[in-house]
Ligand binder design. Structure first.
Ligand code: HEC
Ligand code: HEC
Length: 292
């Protein structure tokens, strides 16, 4: 009799223990972050810096994901992952959090609650300079706070499980693996400017080193293909997300028109020159975003 009771109790508790375990282990993953030194760069208040911040926000896609009025966005309908991703109201966030918390979210993939972010592509912003992060924060602080209410984000159990097994990695993990910028701006100013743009705009989807990504579908090409694309065709592709031969580039078509038409001619020149210059260099092997 007693043994039956014990078995019944174990069966009844198993799901609760299982979910509890998944919860605890996945939370431990999200708290497993290495935080860099607190950001203490002064935040400017002049009009030129705020305008620079707006340009960074536009070309790096903050508006597309956080809303054209920075009001926040519920991704429920676009993404079924990680159950419910919600980008917060950024102008409001900028009033409530200090620059160190904002920098940690933007460049390091660590949220104000101390846990790694899961949906915001912070690794795409890791190489932004201190000046540009400060300008971005200045812009967000100065932007009017739009009225909005977004629901709370949710992490699904299957998603939590995939973080425990290592099938998924959080943004603080990715952010730490972005290769450093290599080109000396004193010696090669145009190529350095192009590298900076590529490594803070295109590595969201084209691999952390922009030499192609095969980790997630759809695989994206090595951007050294720019060498084979005339400069004006290249500009057209990145501003529309429509590729060679009129091909719809999918995810790129969704984000490009919102971000890249704001690039100046000089920026497009630099980006094209830098990416083209990669064509002679071998593609780095043994990186996790291009397993082979
Ligand atoms: C691809 C969509 C996407 C882009 C692009 C994006 N964000 Fe986010 N952001 C999110 C989501 C989703 C969250 C909620 C946290 C999460 O789920 O990772 C978020 C969270 C944040 C947070 C709050 C972090 C916290 O919880 O404390 C800040 C600050 C932020 N984003 C700033 C920015 C800035 C600045 C930019 C532009 C440089 C930007 N984001 C671009 C999707 C995006
Ligand atoms: C949000 C994801 C995303 C971002 C950001 C992104 N791309 Fe793409 N890109 C893609 C996808 C997806 C494809 C198409 C893959 C396929 O189906 O072959 C693509 C294809 C391309 C192609 C090939 C076009 C063709 O005709 O085949 C070029 C060139 C390109 N991207 C350049 C860039 C540059 C330069 C940047 C940065 C300014 C950039 N992309 C940023 C997702 C992205």
């Amino acid at each position: 009799m007693r043994i039956i009771f014990v078995i019944a109790a174990a069966l009844a508790l198993a799901p609760a223990l299982g979910f509890g375990g998944v919860y605890i282990l996945s939370e431990a993953r999200f708290r497993d972050v290495k935080r860099g030194p607190a950001f203490d760069h002064p935040i400017p208040t002049d009009a030129a810096s705020i305008e620079r911040g707006r340009h960074i926000a536009r070309t790096r896609g903050c508006f597309g994901c956080h809303g054209q009025n920075l009001e926040g966005k519920n991704f429920d309908e676009q993404w079924d992952w990680p159950e419910r991703a919600v980008a917060p109201n950024l102008a409001e966030y900028a009033r409530k959090h200090d620059p160190a918390a904002m920098e940690a979210a933007i460049r390091q993939g660590i949220g104000a609650n101390g846990k790694a972010l899961t949906a915001m592509p912070s690794f795409n912003f890791t190489r932004l300079t201190d000046e540009d992060v400060a300008a971005l924060i200045a812009f967000l602080r100065a932007a009017p706070v739009a009225d909005s209410s977004v629901p709370k984000p949710k992490l699904g159990w299957a998603v939590r499980w995939s973080f425990i097994t290592g099938a998924e990695r959080h943004m603080a993990y990715w952010a730490q693996r972005v290769p450093p910028l290599r080109i000396d701006a004193e010696q090669e100013p145009v190529l350095a400017a192009g590298e900076y743009l590529a490594m803070t705009m295109c590595n969201e989807c084209h691999g952390l080193d922009v030499r192609g990504q095969t980790l997630f579908p759809p695989p994206t090409p090595d951007l050294a293909i720019a060498a084979a694309i005339p400069r004006d065709d290249f500009e057209n592709i990145i501003e529309t997300g429509v590729g060679m031969g009129g091909r719809n580039l999918g995810l790129m078509r969704l984000v490009s028109p919102d971000r890249f038409p704001a690039l100046s001619d000089d920026e497009v020149d630099a980006l094209h020159a830098y990416l083209s210059s990669r064509a002679d260099e071998p593609v780095p092997e043994n990186v996790f975003w291009r397993p082979e």
